[in-house]
Design a protein around this ligand. Structure first.
Ligand SMILES: Nc1ncnc2c1ncn2[C@@H]1O[C@H](COP(=O)(O)OP(=O)(O)OP(=O)(O)O)[C@@H](O)[C@H]1O
Length: 265
């Protein structure tokens, strides 16, 4: 688990994640309607779209928190082998160990100090010795500027610090893919920057990330590719310059215009 925040090797398969024709319904209400999305190694893909467009649900299907109704999701390992993680025979715990996830609410374990939160998965899932897990966990906390908080309990940290610890926890086991779901939306505006800076650092270090956000300025700065989702369909996908400056689809332009002027017709 030592490679966190270090640049990944530039070898390995070009594709990490391949979402193919995914459909998801809740109570007969279609929420994802044929999603195709390929994510390359070291790529940062940012999902944007109105509330209820299906961003979180898509991330949850990738993390197997929700089952797909149709379609499949392939995860490509560093050895090039592709696994259909939506196959009912797939081992969900093993799949989740390959994918780091951070949600809107930090979900740190309140009864554990920061270092124990960060090292838990390494110790329990990967059976790393406590000494080694703590060495790596401390180095990671130092790296994100929270080394002095290792023995603190989460409720003694600011929201921004807690969210940075949640990110440290998610990357502590060197996941092949990182899913970030609205990780700044519960934060006071002045705390957003420190979390976004950390995501930029992860990107610079070569992480592969799929994130959902309402922060358009951040999507613009961090994304390799922005994906605009509307009513469970990908309307347009492209580099930030395309999406934000010259969208090809009228629906994308209308969505962005409404964000700029919520009272526009
Ligand atoms: N467990 C569930 N049961 C029933 N409906 C659900 C469930 N989870 C999500 N939905 C519905 O699916 C739709 C998409 O929700 P989702 O959370 O994926 O959207 P979102 O784009 O992430 O929205 P937001 O930006 O507000 O987080 C919504 O209409 C929501 O009410």
């Amino acid at each position: 688990m030592s490679g966190t925040l270090r640049p990944e090797e530039q070898t390995g398969p070009a594709v990490v994640l391949d979402v193919q024709g995914v459909h998801k319904r809740f109570d007969e209400h279609p929420v994802l309607r044929g999603i195709d999305l390929t994510v390359g190694r070291h790529e940062v893909v940012v999902l944007i779209g109105a509330s209820g467009s299906g961003k979180s649900t898509l991330l949850k299907t990738i993390n197997l928190l929700e089952q797909v109704d149709d379609g499949r999701i392939l995860l490509h390992g560093a050895d090039g082998a592709a696994e259909d993680i939506t196959d009912p025979r797939a081992d969900a715990d093993r799949v989740r160990a390959r994918i780091g996830v951070v949600f809107q609410h930090y979900n740190l374990f309140p009864h554990m100090n920061v270092l124990d939160n960060v090292t838990l998965a390494a110790r329990k899932v990967f059976r790393t010795s406590r000494a080694e897990a703590e060495r790596t966990g401390l180095a990671l906390l130092e790296r994100i500027g929270l080394g002095d908080k290792a023995k603190e309990y989460p409720d003694r940290l600011s929201g921004g610090q807690q969210q940075r610890v949640a990110i440290a926890r998610a990357i502590a086991t060197d996941p092949e893919l990182l899913l970030l779901d609205e990780i700044t939306s519960a934060l006071d505006p002045q705390l957003v920057g420190e979390v976004l800076d950390l995501v930029r650092e992860l990107k610079a270090a070569g992480s592969t990330i799929v994130m959902a956000t309402h922060e358009m300025s951040f999507a613009r700065r961090v994304a390799d590719r922005v994906v605009y989702l509307k009513d469970g369909v990908i309307i347009e996908s492209g580099p930030p310059q395309q999406i934000f400056e010259r969208p090809e689809r009228a629906e994308t332009a209308a969505f962005l215009q409404r964000l700029r002027d919520p009272f526009a017709e």
